[in-house]
Design a protein around this ligand. Structure first.
Ligand SMILES: [Zn+2]
Length: 311
């Protein structure tokens, strides 16, 4: 029986989970769909039994659990302080409930922001393997970011890496954060849908991409413009931190081939020096598994190993 880290990735409509050894061998994964109106206690009970099933099927013991959660977190307490889109999570004492149900030491249950664990996953086993300094940008309804500096997740006071709220256009659209012209109002999937509608184009992104690949035209121009705005956001990161590797992740990374030249143009316009040519733009490779894999990686040392728990 192998000893594994259990990774959990909580999303809006489902929870993905998996078991992986510290050496990176995937032993199994599963997905649990959430009801329309989740109740925290029930979700945690279901998650605990899903973890038990996973461990039994993967024939492994648990060295601990890492969980990626959307929103602002109190990492010490293991709680979500604020998650505007998943209110049920705010009432959820994930660590205490999983510890009690599974008999795992609460100290071995770690939480981290969902964009950050996706970045950790891509840097551990995905597109950015071997890169010591990398920003993973998750393009979805919003834009999330996870920053790895010197091989470590960089949190600063806790919320570093939030590239979605860098201002790229001070006159741009109002953002949910209260600011204006944030990158996520210009280059997220939902921003691209809005921009497509404003141009009289289809706001169905797979169809928009299909048309853009088919022939030069307004669809291709729009995606190049979205990429360029994204490049402007990345340029600010380059100027501040000299990061030279970026992973584009999330559902909208399916348009990577159409965004890439625009991103490079934006970088070239807003970065100075010769380094633009050395900047690596990579499409994420772990897909929707990046979150749970990176969450499992939270258990990596310096956290001391403890005796494993059997299913
Ligand atoms: Zn914002």
């Amino acid at each position: 029986m192998k000893a594994a880290w259990i990774g959990v990735d909580v999303g809006g409509t489902s929870i993905k989970l998996g078991a992986i050894t510290p050496a990176g061998e995937r032993l199994g994964e599963a997905q649990m769909h959430l009801p329309d109106e989740p109740v925290a206690q029930q979700v945690m009970a279901d998650l605990a039994s899903a973890i038990k099933t996973l461990m039994a099927e993967a024939n492994c013991t648990a060295l601990g659990i890492g969980a990626g959660l959307p929103g602002l977190l109190d990492r010490q307490a293991g709680l979500v302080q604020h998650s505007p889109n998943l209110l049920w999570l705010q009432q959820c004492d994930l660590r205490a409930q999983l510890a009690a149900s599974l008999g795992i030491d609460p100290a071995r249950i770690l939480i981290e922001n969902d964009a950050n664990v996706a970045a950790m996953g891509e840097q551990w086993l995905g597109a950015a393997q071997g890169e010591r300094n990398v920003l993973t940008v998750t393009l979805g309804t919003g834009i999330g970011g996870g920053l790895i500096l010197g091989n470590e997740l960089f949190l600063c006071e806790g919320q570093a890496g939030e590239i979605g709220h860098l201002t790229v256009d001070p006159e741009g659209p109002a953002c949910g954060c209260g600011s204006r012209g944030c990158l996520e109002t210009m280059a997220s999937a939902s921003a691209t849908e809005r921009r497509a509608r404003a141009l009289g184009l289809t706001d169905d992104l797979p169809e928009l991409c299909r048309l853009a690949r088919l022939a030069a035209g307004p669809e291709r121009e729009l995606l190049a413009a979205v990429g360029r705005d994204l490049g402007h956001g990345l340029a600010s990161v380059v100027c501040l931190l000299d990061v030279r590797c970026f992973v584009i992740a999330g559902g909208f990374s399916a348009a990577f081939d159409l965004l890439e030249s625009g991103i490079r143009r934006g970088l070239t316009e807003w970065c100075y020096g010769e380094r633009v040519a050395a900047i690596r733009l990579l499409r994420a490779t772990l897909g929707s598994s990046a979150g749970w894999i990176g969450a499992a990686r939270l258990l990596a040392p310096p956290h001391p190993p403890t005796p494993p728990v059997s299913p």
